[in-house]
Design a protein. Structure first.
Length: 115
């Protein structure tokens, strides 16, 4: 399974970005798919994940500003990020888990929020 992210970049505070993730390879029986992020010197943390069992989960820090959407037929995930803040600066990783429990990660895309 290969995950490819796109859509990162530099944006001013208050701006918006849309991240995309495309999964390819032997993708079957997807249990969940979504986004994590890791800022310098911090642990990787959940941003938003869509699960076929648990529904959608958002980090408290992004609720009301970020929206995850899925194209299940094509194994794609999107993250619309609005009202971006400097503290949203991080490398954003696409995440996919299949029913066997196996987990996959993309290489990450940098999001920088700065004036």
């Amino acid at each position: 399974v290969y995950l490819e992210e796109s859509g990162g970049g530099l944006v001013q505070p208050g701006g918006s970005l849309r991240l995309s993730c495309a999964a390819s390879g032997s993708v079957f029986s997807v249990l969940s798919m979504g986004w994590y992020r890791q800022a310098p010197g911090k642990q990787r943390e959940l941003v938003a994940v869509s699960s076929s069992v648990d529904g959608t989960t958002y980090s408290d820090s992004v609720k009301g500003r970020f929206t995850i959407s899925m194209d299940n037929a094509n194994n794609r995930a999107y993250l619309q990020m609005n009202s971006l803040k400097p503290e949203d600066t991080a490398v954003y990783y696409c995440y996919l888990r299949i029913i066997t429990g196996a987990r996959y990660w993309g290489q990450g895309t940098q999001v920088t929020v700065s004036s």
